[in-house]
Ligand binder design. Structure first.
Ligand SMILES: [Zn+2]
Length: 149
């Protein structure tokens, strides 16, 4: 991947001014995963990458199914990979989609909330790497469903 200049995040959503190296690392993993997306119905490929609290990156892509409810989002696949590797908590999530706007669906917001740190940041990028949005997870899903552990 070509080296890119630091992104400028839209001011209305910029919360952290993330380091270019962190975004590049997550973007590379999410973009590579996106290339393998199984999206024969919507043609909307999505890649996601999560950074766990050990500094490891896990990626996922969307996997559609002819039986539509069985489709799986990229974020769910990435989080599943983290859990399989023994990861407990993610601190950053990056999602990369197509040309238009993008944000994690409601179900994925709950999935991320289950496995993220309280200060987790979520980034959305267009397929060409354009920074779309950046949120604190707590702002994306302020009343996440929780149970006592
Ligand atoms: Zn989703």
């Amino acid at each position: 991947m070509p080296k890119q200049e630091a992104r400028t995040w839209p001011e209305d959503t910029c919360v952290t001014n993330p380091s270019p190296s962190l975004i590049e690392r997550l973007q590379a993993a999410a973009s590579a995963a996106r290339e393998h997306a199984h999206a024969p119905y919507s043609k909307f490929k999505v890649g996601a990458a999560v950074l766990d609290d050990q500094g490891r990156v896990f990626a996922g892509c969307n996997m559609e199914n002819a039986a539509y409810p069985l489709g799986t989002c990229a974020e769910a696949v990435a989080l599943g990979a983290m859990v399989v590797a023994g990861g407990k908590t993610c601190t950053h999530v990056l999602v990369i989609g197509g040309e238009g706007d993008l944000s994690p669906c409601g179900g994925c917001r709950q999935r991320i909330a289950e496995l993220c740190s309280p200060d987790c940041i979520v980034y959305a990028l267009a397929a060409d790497g354009t920074a779309l949005k950046e949120w604190k997870m707590a702002d994306l899903l302020p009343y996440a469903f929780e149970l006592d552990r």
